[in-house]
Structures are given as C-alpha cells and as structure tokens.
Write a protein that binds this ligand. Structure first.
Ligand SMILES: Cc1cc2nc3c(=O)[nH]c(=O)nc-3n(C[C@H](O)[C@H](O)[C@H](O)COP(=O)(O)OP(=O)(O)OC[C@H]3O[C@@H](n4cnc5c(N)ncnc54)[C@H](O)[C@@H]3O)c2cc1C
Length: 450
C-alpha cells in the first residue's frame, strides 16, 4: 500500500482478537498502535490458558512476537483505557487515528447474586485463573481453598479450575456443581483428560442413581448417559494426587453457608428438574433444599465486559449497531453503537470477547479479529487518510508522560523475557518463572534502560 493510503489504527487489547486485527491491518500496510492493560501481550493466551498447554501457548507467543517486531506496529503495554485510567476512550479517539478497535476482552465479573457471596472462600473463576497464571494483582495473593471445593459450572473453565485444584493444590475433593444434567454438560471431552484419572467413579454412579428418574422424565436414559460420560475418561493425564472429583447435577446454589468467621462451610442447594424446551432443556427449581458441605466455592459461570471502560454498555455487553448492513461479515456486529443518540460511534469497533463475552477458544477470537479487520478495511476505504503515525505517536507519548504512565515497549518486553528466562527462582505450578507484580517488571525494564 502506498504511504498516502496508509491509515493509523489503534487497537486496544493485545489478546488473540486484538493481535489478529493488528496482524491483518499491519499486513495491509497500515500503522497499528497497540495499547494493552497488561505489560505482556497475549491476554488470556498468557494469563488464562492452562499453564501446561505449552505447545499452544508457545505457538501463539511466537506469532505475537513476530507481529510486534514489524516496523509499522507500535506496542504500549501497561496502558489501561477507561475512566480514571491512563487514557479515556475519548483520549484515544482524540489522538486522531482513522479507527479504534476495542479488543479488551470480557474483564467484568458476573455478580454471583446469592446470599453470602462475599464470604471468605468464594471466588470468581477468572480471578483464580489469573492467580495460577500469575497475572500481576492476582499471582501474589493467597487463594485459600480448604479441602473440598465446589466449582459451579459445566464448561472448560470448570475443568481448568478442577485441574489446578487436583494437580497443584491437591485438595481432597472437587465437586462440579451443574444446574442441569450430565447430558447438558458443556466441557470439551478432550479437556476432561486433564482430570479424569481422579474421577470418583463410584460417587458418579451414585449421583446418576440419585437423578435417574428426573432424567427419565425428559426421555434421557441414565445408564446410557453414564456410559457416554465415563467413556470419555480415556487418555487421562497421569494421576499426581489422591483428589477425588465428582459431579452434583440438577443443583442450583441458593445461599453460601458460613461459619462464625464468615468462612464458607457449605452451600444451600436447590434440587432442579428438567423441562423440555424445543430440542433443549431448561432447569426448573423444585423448592427442595439441602445443605452441601464444602470449604470453598468457585463460580465458573462466564464473564461480562467491563462497563467502567466508557463504551456504550447494556446487560453485560458493549452495545453494537442493531442495523444490519447485509455485508459478510456484517459491519454492524463490530460497530460500537450509542443508543442514546441512535448512531454508531464513528470509527470505533469491537472484536473478540469484548464483542461477545466468553465466546469460544482462541481460534474463535482470532477469527473474530480477522472479521473485524475486514469490516475496518471497508470503513477505511470510505475515508481520506487521517493523521500521520508520527503525529499520533508524539501526542500519545506526550499525554502518557504528562500522566506519569509507564508504557512498556517491545524492547522492554524483550528485556523482561530474558530476565524471566534466566531466573533460577521458583517456578511453582506454571513451570516457568513469572514476575508477579508490575512494580518488579517495570523496575527491571527501567534498570535495563539506564
Ligand atoms: C480459563 C480459560 C481457559 C482457556 N483455555 C483455552 C484453551 O485451552 N484453548 C483455547 O484455544 N482457548 C482457551 N480459552 C479461551 C481464550 O483464552 C479466549 O478465546 C481468548 O483469549 C479471547 O481473546 P480476546 O482477545 O477477545 O480477549 P483476552 O484474551 O481477554 O485479551 C484481552 C486483552 O485486553 C487487555 N485489556 C483488558 N482491559 C483493557 C483496558 N481497559 N485497556 C487496555 N487493554 C485492556 C488485556 O490486557 C488483554 O491483553 C480459555 C479461556 C479461559 C477464561
């Protein structure tokens, strides 16, 4: 592309979606400025995906390094966007880029909304995942789990949390609490291999006996389903602890039960039945309650976006344009939309989990980023070229300096990587050394500059 047609695009968020947008648009010859809350790039690929998935993580890391080494890609780690943060949404737009893509993931947490949810021993899955992946702010805080942990959810995140509890915390027991039944489980059968060596098969059989009549009422055969569920317990990762893992199906936590020190001692659970709904089922509470003893509760029930960022927000999501364009992919799905004035937010786009919270694996986030880049490209074709990269970058540096922000560039990241690799300190559960605080990382990077 001739320099005359090159635009400046700001991508907020360097997870798989943002990196895909940046890759497409930089390959097309545009100047891409990446602003990322974390010092390190990768988002949940760095701080979410289970630490032992070395091949996946390593492959992504290599691609991302290659991207960041491109001369038309400019990385600013340790820069958060939001009200009261390094930059507001309006600051970013005011820098004069032709477009801004928000690929900042789903950083909000769904309210748990049951009595007792502020008790000691109640956790959001994302915080636990950030903890064991050592995201600054989470890596160095204790997460006391006790002996028996109830993990609420039936998806891959429930499996990852269970994996950590079994493999590294070596708790006595993990129970996945599932609102509907085993047929409606959501985890990928391949993922269960990480924990299947620890399955309490007798306990699971008893659980099926407990719910078989309720399954039969919607035409599900418990014996058949049990066989299907346990047949997936193949190629299990070697057993490294005596933890027993089981399930409690057709169960909704209604209240967290606490002891005199406001520590979790159990859950008040409601039994559910299933009702058919089209091809699917819904859980209906039976108003039969019982106590389920446990020492900690982890809610793995999905995330929502961070409403404090300053983008139009409604019901857990950033608002996108309701007016379809008929293009493929449809531009409207990626355009931020201000309902108060009934207009798209000019030049502002959404991608990845920022557009659809907790939607799919890295491949899906990457594809979303690719689609978003197509939509942005269509938009750029309608625009005359905006500010030059140097002008935008100079403005950005000046604002950040003025606000005493401490951006980290690729050189800084390289220095950090070298220091972490050469570190002989403890690697704990993640098998690699990671500094657990931003201060340590910044101090190290700045020492390298001196
Ligand atoms: C526990 C867990 C395990 C997973 N395991 C797997 C797996 O094994 N395999 C797989 O393929 N997928 C896995 N996934 C899914 C995968 O991680 C996601 O699909 C993907 O990371 C989503 O990408 P994203 O870019 O939309 O968001 P994210 O990865 O969340 O990236 C968001 C980026 O935005 C930045 N950011 C956030 N807020 C701001 C802000 N205000 N200003 C500036 N920057 C900001 C963050 O620093 C981050 O870099 C897992 C997800 C979870 C939660």
């Amino acid at each position: 592309m001739s320099a005359a047609k090159a635009h400046v695009i700001i991508v907020a968020g360097a997870g798989p979606a943002g990196m895909a947008v940046a890759s497409s648009l930089s390959k097309a010859g545009h100047e891409v400025i990446i602003l990322n809350r974390d010092i390190k790039f990768g988002g949940l690929a760095e701080y979410g995906i289970f630490p032992s998935k070395l091949k996946l993580r390593g492959g992504l890391k290599k691609q991302y390094w290659d991207l960041l080494e491109q001369p038309n890609v400019h990385y600013f780690g340790n820069i958060s966007i939001g009200n009261g943060k390094d930059l507001t949404v309006e600051d970013v737009r005011g820098l004069g880029p032709s477009a801004v893509v928000f690929s900042i993931g789903a950083q909000g947490t769904k309210a748990i909304g049951v009595e007792g949810d502020s008790a000691k021993g109640v956790f959001h899955a994302k915080d636990v995942v950030y903890h064991f992946n050592r995201l600054p702010g989470f890596g160095d805080r204790p997460f006391e789990m006790g002996k028996h942990v109830a993990v609420i959810g039936a998806g891959d995140v429930m499996v990852d949390i269970s994996h950590w509890l079994i493999r590294y915390k070596k708790v006595d027991r993990v129970t996945a609490i599932v609102r509907r039944g085993p047929v409606e489980r959501k985890y990928n059968p391949k993922e269960i291999r990480a924990v299947c060596a620890n399955m309490d098969l007798d306990g699971i059989k008893k659980e099926f006996d407990r719910i078989k009549d309720r399954m039969a009422a919607v035409g599900q055969n418990a014996d058949h389903v049990l066989r299907g569920l346990t047949d997936e317990f193949t190629k299990c990762e070697p057993k490294v602890s005596e933890t027993k893992m089981g399930f409690r199906f057709l169960a909704s936590p209604k209240r967290i039960l606490v002891d005199g020190n406001n520590r979790v001692r159990g859950l008040e659970m409601e039994d559910n039945k299933l009702d058919p709904k089209g091809d699917d089922t819904v859980a209906i509470g039976l108003k039969q309650y019982y106590e389920f003893p446990c020492d900690a509760v982890v809610f793995a029930v999905g995330d929502k976006v961070d409403e404090t960022v300053g983008l139009p927000y409604k019901s857990g999501m950033f608002v996108t344009n309701p007016n379809k364009t008929g293009n493929d992919p449809d531009d409207s799905l990626f355009q931020a939309y201000d309902e108060a004035v009934g207009k798209v937010v000019e030049g502002v786009f959404l991608a990845g989990w920022a557009r659809k919270a907790s939607e799919g694996l890295v491949g899906i986030a990457k594809r979303d980023g690719d689609w978003c880049a197509e939509v942005v490209t269509r938009y750029l074709a309608t625009k005359v070229t905006g500010s030059q990269a140097k002008v935008v970058l100079d403005k950005l540096h000046a604002i950040l300096k003025n606000r005493k922000s401490r951006p980290v560039d690729v050189k800084g990241l390289r220095a950090l990587e070298a220091a972490e690799k050469s570190h002989k300190g403890m690697t704990d559960c993640i098998g690699e050394f990671k500094y657990a605080s931003n201060q340590e990382m910044i101090a190290l990077i700045e020492r390298g500059k001196a």
